[in-house]
Design a protein around this ligand. Structure first.
Ligand SMILES: Cc1cc2nc3c(=O)[nH]c(=O)nc-3n(C[C@H](O)[C@H](O)[C@H](O)COP(=O)(O)OP(=O)(O)OC[C@H]3O[C@@H](n4cnc5c(N)ncnc54)[C@H](O)[C@@H]3O)c2cc1C
Length: 525
């Protein structure tokens, strides 16, 4: 053992949450090391040149948009990441819904402006939208403060503030309860009548999961976040976030080891002792934060240290439990895309090239989730499509674009297996997208395609779930990842979860890492 083999804290996984945890702990004077299985840090928050035929087209393999981080902006500020090259830009407007008939509905920051878009289709829907936004705003006022605290603590002050919000808005209580307890689709049908409004709302909320699922009304937080906080992008690509975190960590004296897969979290006598690496090396530490998926984490703990019922509970925690997961298709083009048909309909000079475009009807959203649940590829994939280089031109050579296609509801386990259908499904997705975005089929240089089992294998994430665990009220606070496993202690003293599988959940925000660091600081004293 050399002198570097003993640490206060070892962090399994160099995703942005693991790195955030490491930075906070190093800032508190702890000796920290991050162990990342892949050759570079970032996990699902990374970007790189991943299409061999297009070495200058930057690919976002997973996360692209910053919404969650704008809702919880504390991590980059507290860690002083701008000084290390992390800069963002707001997209104005961020998202636009495109209907097959050529019409469109833009989601602006200002709800009145979005209502004006909806009014083109239905005056009733526009008024209903403004009333609905008041309900969503109250939901956000109550949910966001709770997302920012450790749910294992009493949080009396925060709870009193939330209670005050509830009392001040008690007239909205019936609407709020209907929203939280019902499905997103129920809320949509209750409030809207025009097919374009209905489809736009389904296409937006469907990115969080099946819109007909019980409790999916909370997906409408997305609509509220979009208006209150807006959407951003990382200038130079998402990799600038983990790179800035690594630089900050090193400045604080912490270490990152890449190509360092952990195979065992060593537990003896009810206490964590450190970890074993794939090559047999042992790294000793007083605490371990597992920022990878919680199931993968507990499966690695020395056999016998975690009781069977807890291993079962975390293994059964829903991760793409509905059978659907996104397919990722990136296209490097020798041209710049345009959105001519829908821009012509608007006739207001707005360029849709820079937006995230939501395409597909309400029927397609519903069909995509039910087909995926049956193990079938949807007939008309509904999707989010965008050209990141339209917002940040440095991400592709001059006059060219990189395009990001994201059909959220594809089968996790298609009957034929992904190896048999990956290529033809990508063709189908590109063909469908080409009815909305010009230039996709005739100017391709190269592409990258990743289905959920590919992601599961590459990043060691259970069932390829993009948020590690599905987003639901029953998997929030101390119930995330599962009852008995979401508090500030685990059955092995010194072991903590610290990724998207704990409160407040998935998305690029660093909050689970920040939470894990505060728990470990209390443990270490
Ligand atoms: C396709 C896709 C699109 C997305 N789009 C967005 C978006 O636009 N906006 C947004 O906010 N969020 C988005 N997300 C979600 C978001 O990216 C994730 O929820 C978040 O980045 C998870 O971060 P994490 O650090 O908790 O976990 P991860 O990023 O999964 O990091 C865990 C790390 O642990 C490593 N690891 C696993 N096992 C081991 C081991 N045994 N030893 C060592 N290392 C190990 C992995 O390699 C990985 O680097 C998207 C996710 C995906 C997959």
């Amino acid at each position: 053992m050399n002198k570097l083999d003993r640490y206060d804290v070892t962090i399994v996984g160099g995703g942005h949450n693991g790195l955030a945890a490491a930075c906070y702990l190093a800032k508190a004077g702890k000796k920290v090391i991050v162990l990342e299985a892949l050759a570079k840090a970032g996990g699902m928050a990374s970007s790189g040149y991943a299409i061999p035929q297009a070495p200058q087209h930057l690919v976002h393999t997973c996360a692209l948009d910053l919404m969650s981080l704008r809702v919880h902006p504390m991590v980059p500020k507290e860690l002083d990441l701008e000084r290390h090259g992390f800069h963002t830009v707001e997209m104005t407007p961020g998202y636009a819904y495109l209907h097959p008939d050529g019409s469109s509905l833009v989601f602006w920051r200002d709800p009145e402006k979005t209502a004006a878009e909806i009014r083109r289709f239905s005056a009733t829907d526009a008024e209903s939208f403004l009333r609905f936004m008041k309900v969503i705003d109250v939901f956000i006022d109550m949910a966001v403060p709770m997302m920012r605290v450790d749910p294992a603590k009493k949080n009396i002050g925060t709870k009193l503030r939330v209670l005050r919000t509830a009392l001040l808005n008690r007239k909205l209580r019936p609407d709020l309860m209907a929203l939280i307890t019902g499905s997103a689709y129920q809320a949509i049908l209750e409030k809207f009548e025009h097919p374009v409004t209905i489809s736009a709302m389904c296409a937006l909320t469907g990115a969080a999961g099946p819109v007909t699922a019980e409790g999916s009304g909370i997906f409408f937080a997305l609509l509220g976040f979009l208006h209150r906080f807006g959407v951003g992008r990382v200038i130079g690509g998402m990799q600038a976030l983990p790179d800035a975190m690594v630089a900050r960590l090193q400045e604080l004296g912490g270490e990152v080891m890449t190509s360092a897969a952990v195979t065992e979290i060593i537990a003896e006598g009810g206490k964590v002792q450190g970890v074993r690496l794939h090559d047999g090396r042992i790294i000793h530490s007083r605490a371990v934060i597992a920022s990878c998926h919680p199931k993968m984490a507990l499966d690695m703990v020395t056999p016998g240290a975690i009781e069977k019922h807890l291993l079962t509970r975390v293994a059964m925690a829903p991760a793409n439990a509905h059978g659907a997961s996104p397919l990722r298709v990136d296209l490097a083009l020798s041209t710049q895309v345009s959105v001519r048909r829908h821009e012509a309909w608007r006739n207001d000079g707005l360029s849709l090239r820079k937006c995230v475009l939501l395409i597909g009807t309400a029927e397609a959203v519903l069909e995509n989730f039910s087909a995926s649940a049956r193990g079938e590829v949807p007939t008309l994939p509904y999707m989010w499509i965008t050209a990141p280089s339209a917002v940040d031109p440095g991400q592709a050579p001059p006059g060219q674009d990189i395009v990001y296609l994201y059909p959220p509801a594809m089968p996790v386990n298609p009957r034929e297996g992904w190896d048999a259908i990956r290529a033809k499904t990508a063709d189908q997705v590109i063909e469908q997208a080409s009815h909305y975005m010009d230039g996709l089929t005739s100017h391709e240089i190269g592409r990258r395609v990743e289905a959920s089992p590919d992601l599961a294998k590459r990043l060691n994430v259970h069932n390829g779930c993009v948020t590690h665990l599905d987003t639901s009220a029953l998997r929030s606070n101390t119930l995330r990842p599962a009852y008995g496993l979401g508090g500030d202690t685990l059955p092995v003293a010194g072991l903590y979860f610290g990724g998207a599988g704990i409160h407040p959940g998935g998305g690029v925000n660093g909050m689970p890492g920040r939470l894990a660091a505060s728990r470990v600081r209390r443990f270490l004293g």
